[in-house]
Design a protein around this ligand. Structure first.
Ligand SMILES: [Zn+2]
Length: 286
């Protein structure tokens, strides 16, 4: 079926208490691995392309591929701009047919974040494109390869969250509750009381960034408290590197082995994504 927007996928997930994974595509291998996993698990899926990954993947090439793959499947697929930072990137994503935009104004002061998020909603809403925004600041740096840690002074404030959602009309809110991008320095400790209070205040699907490294139990608890979208990239990237290392460690490769190795990477990434879909509860919900 054609790409659907984020709201379509998340409203159903939020009502039925499961979360849908948003997996970053950085090339055709990842795109095919993620879609294969979604088909095997009969799971809806969100394809993320992060603005920081624009140097690695040519949007004009990968977006038509994503659209065609989605059209050939029966599962729901959304295409989301992950961490849109500039209006130029957001406009480009809209023009290319993304069905969702995540605007990241977490580096802005609060009034400026509201104002710019409102502007993005005004650009997207008339075209049926969903908008996710972030309040507070998730630790680490998206795509930065840094070791992440969360700063409690920048956790999402509950009263601000209510006002922010009312003022902007966004479809989903990314929260900072102890989650972090990249690899966690130490066992993540999520502030579930805060999450519950944000859910009760806002009543809209919430998003957990920095999904790699959070335990299955913590995921399940977070989902029961309103998390309906989970961003997951670091774990896939690490899986791909591990598969490459394992292949090369055999030490007998010839020039012919590159496509074989890439297929092994694809299979390994597919397996990692499938595991997450089972934990998130989206398996069987396609
Ligand atoms: Zn993120």
């Amino acid at each position: 079926m054609p790409l659907v927007n984020l709201k379509t996928i998340l409203d159903r997930a939020y009502r039925n208490q499961y979360a849908v994974g948003a997996f970053n595509i950085i090339n055709l291998t990842f795109l095919e691995a993620i879609i294969a996993a979604a088909q095997k698990q009969n799971s809806p899926v969100i394809l993320n392309i992060a603005e920081v990954h624009f140097p690695f993947v040519t949007l004009e090439n990968i977006v038509p591929a994503a659209k065609m793959i989605a059209e050939r499947t029966a599962i729901e697929v959304a295409l989301n701009l992950d961490h849109g930072l500039t209006m130029k990137a957001i406009q480009k994503a809209i023009d290319l047919g993304f069905t969702s935009i995540m605007f990241d104004g977490s580096h802005l002061d609060y009034p400026e974040n509201i104002q710019q998020t409102q502007a993005v909603v005004a650009m997207c809403r008339p075209q049926g494109i969903s908008v996710e925004a972030e309040l507070g600041a998730v630790g680490g740096e998206e795509g930065g390869g840094l070791v992440g840690s969360a700063d409690p002074s920048r956790y999402t404030d509950v009263d601000q969250a209510l006002e922010f959602v009312r003022e902007t009309g966004i479809d989903a809110l990314a929260v900072a509750i102890g989650n972090s991008h990249g690899k966690y320095k130490s066992e993540p400790c999520l502030d579930f009381d805060r999450l519950q209070a944000i859910r009760d205040a806002t009543g809209i699907p919430l998003v957990l960034h920095g999904g790699s490294g959070i335990s299955a139990d913590d995921f399940r608890k977070a989902i029961s408290l309103g998390i309906a979208k989970i961003n997951f990239f670091t774990g896939m990237s690490q899986t791909a590197l591990n598969a490459i290392r394992a292949y090369l460690n055999q030490g007998q490769e010839t020039y012919n082995d590159y496509p074989v190795m890439i297929n092994q990477v694809k299979a390994a990434v597919c397996e990692t994504v499938e595991e997450q879909m089972q934990i998130f509860g989206s398996a069987g919900k396609g």
